[in-house]
Design a protein around this ligand. Structure first.
Ligand code: PRT
Ligand code: ZN
Length: 220
């Protein structure tokens, strides 16, 4: 997707847990967002800005590549996308979408710290973050990647333990799993592209970041 000259682009989640709060934040920063004739793109009436509405997994790459100038995404998704290439830069945490990536297992699993996972297999949707954490803790364990329904893996004997996002803990409890350790703390963050914007848009971009910062600070 090529960029439109003269317009800033912000990548936001199209639907899901961050979608509504992301739009609210942008609106509260003074942008009048209107639905275009295209579901993928919302336009802003009072500034040369477009919102690109995509799967959250696509947001880090779009911003890193400069296809979008700003983005709103969970730190967990950003961290998982980190892969040596050019990075989207975190501008600020946004105070919503809080969750924790945790190791969890059935109560029957003996637990005496990360070393208890040696030789076991874990299911997760975050193989890179988990892989780094296992390496940091000197643990040798197998990892199987599942896109969803990670919490059922122990019951299906696909894995002895899981590494999954937790907010209230209700999903773990409903599946007979107990949280054992924290791998990564996350919340939604504003990210910006390392690629420069065209000169005519520089002050608009800085101004927008300042206004978003003001909204976030007022919500503390
Ligand atoms: O379609 P798209 O790819 O854009 O969306 P998605 O399905 O990948 O993500 P979505 O909308 O579910 O979540 C978007 C972001 O919200 C995540 O990347 C996190 O940054 C953040 N977030 C905050 C959460 C949760 N809380 C959360 N609880 N993401 C997922 N969960 C899931 C978790 O995976 C588990 O299945 O909710 C369940 C646990 O919740 P509790 O309350 O029972 O503990
Ligand atoms: Zn996703």
């Amino acid at each position: 997707m090529s960029k439109v000259q003269g317009r800033l682009r912000i990548a936001v989640q199209k639907s899901g847990r961050l979608a509504e709060r992301s739009l609210d934040l942008i609106r509260n920063a003074g942008l009048r967002v209107i639905k275009g004739n295209n579901d993928l793109l919302y336009k802003v009436e009072n500034a040369p800005v477009d919102l690109l509405r995509v799967r959250d997994d696509d947001i880090p790459t779009f911003v890193a590549d400069g296809v979008c100038d700003l983005g709103i995404v969970g730190e967990n998704v950003l961290e998982e996308a980190r892969n040596g290439g050019p990075l989207a830069e975190v501008v600020m945490p946004l105070g919503f979408g809080r969750c924790t990536l945790k190791i969890a297992a059935p109560e029957s699993l003996p637990w005496d710290g990360p070393a208890s996972l040696n030789g076991l297999r874990l299911a997760t949707s975050y193989p890179r973050i988990l892989g780094r954490w296992l390496a940091e803790n000197g643990v040798e364990a197998g990892v199987i990647t599942m896109r969803g329904a990670v919490e059922v893996a122990p019951r299906l004997k696909l894995a002895s333990a899981i590494c999954d996002l937790v907010s209230t803990g209700a999903t773990l409890e409903a599946n007979g799993l107990v949280p054992l350790d924290t791998v990564f703390e996350s919340q939604a963050v504003l990210i910006r592209s390392p690629q420069p914007v065209e000169e005519a848009l520089e002050s608009l971009l800085e101004n927008l970041i300042t206004r978003i910062g003001g909204v976030v600070a007022s919500q503390d």
